[in-house]
Design a binder for this molecule. Structure first.
Ligand SMILES: NC(=O)c1ccc[n+]([C@@H]2O[C@H](COP(=O)([O-])OP(=O)(O)OC[C@H]3O[C@@H](n4cnc5c(N)ncnc54)[C@H](O)[C@@H]3O)[C@@H](O)[C@H]2O)c1
Length: 249
């Protein structure tokens, strides 16, 4: 049995969902590399989370290939292993398709799809050598179904993440590598704060969800914790909705 502590990398870790994931993984005894581009939040987020365990901040723009190489090298030099990569960083430029510029469309793909692509591209060789490792990709309910409140560029990027996950799960399972995706409904974070401050829009989002409440960052973190746990070692290539039944309708 390998008693060494497990190491996790979480992108977008200063954001609403990312921070909750980091906290939950620390509580489950992971060493956590919180990666983000909001360096001004480094001090406060690390001081908030370090009470829960061993955490490091790394500047990582997920769309930049050299930064991925650098981050993986640092983790391997320090700990010699990487057990879990949570590809959580994401953006949403909220314009419907007929108003979406090519630049906006490309930017959405640069962060939401190129990010997980580079993560997996450079993580796979390490995990293959180890014989273990897992990627958890943050998709959305919009990566499962067309959801009218969500714009097409976001839906297209999250749909790409869904099938990227399945492809990696099937190709690399033989090396002990798993790849799963998580699909939250609306979560109360900065990403949707403009919508949720509007009472009518907020009520509409809640009414869409059979369990009749919004998703919390902790709901998503609990799903990550489960997939990262020893109870989920045969779970590979799944699309795990955390949506109160929204995508089941
Ligand atoms: N909030 C929701 O309703 C919701 C629902 C379903 C899925 N999601 C997904 O969950 C993930 C986290 O979203 P959130 O709600 O916590 O949003 P958030 O805006 O609170 O956090 C997103 C984080 O990603 C980081 N980020 C943005 N661009 C980056 C880049 N190029 N490189 C590295 N980091 C970058 C931001 O700095 C931020 O910390 C996203 O992938 C989002 O699409 C969110």
């Amino acid at each position: 049995m390998n008693l060494a502590r497990k190491v996790a990398l979480v992108t977008g870790g200063t954001g609403g969902i990312g921070k909750a994931i980091c906290k939950r993984l620390l509580e489950d005894s992971f060493i956590v590399y919180l990666c983000d581009i909001q360096d001004e939040l480094k001090k406060s987020v690390i001081s908030e989370l370090s009470q829960f365990g061993e955490i490091f901040y790394e500047h990582l723009d997920v769309s930049e290939e050299p930064q991925w190489k650098n981050t993986y090298s640092k983790i391997m030099d320090s700990f010699g292993r990487i057990d879990l990569v949570v590809n959580n960083a994401g953006i949403n430029i909220r314009v419907v398709i007929e108003e979406c510029s090519v630049e906006q469309w490309d930017r959405m793909f640069q962060v939401n799809v190129r990010g997980p692509f580079l993560s997996i591209k450079h993580g796979i060789p390490i995990m293959r050598k180890q014989g273990y490792g897992q990627f958890i990709n943050m998709s959305s309910v919009a990566g499962l179904v067309g959801y009218i409140p969500t714009n097409e560029s976001y839906t297209a990027t999250k749909g790409a993440v869904t099938l990227l996950t399945k492809s990696v799960a099937t190709r690399y399972a033989k090396y002990g590598i798993r790849c799963n995706s998580i699909h939250p409904a609306t979560v109360e974070t900065d990403l949707v704060k403009n919508i949720l401050t509007d009472k009518k829009l907020r009520d509409e989002r809640i009414a869409d969800i059979p369990l009749n409440r919004l998703c919390s960052p902790e709901d998503v973190a609990n799903a990550v914790a489960f997939l990262a746990s020893d109870r989920a070692t045969f779970i590979n290539g799944v699309q795990f909705p955390v949506d109160g039944g929204l995508s089941a309708r």
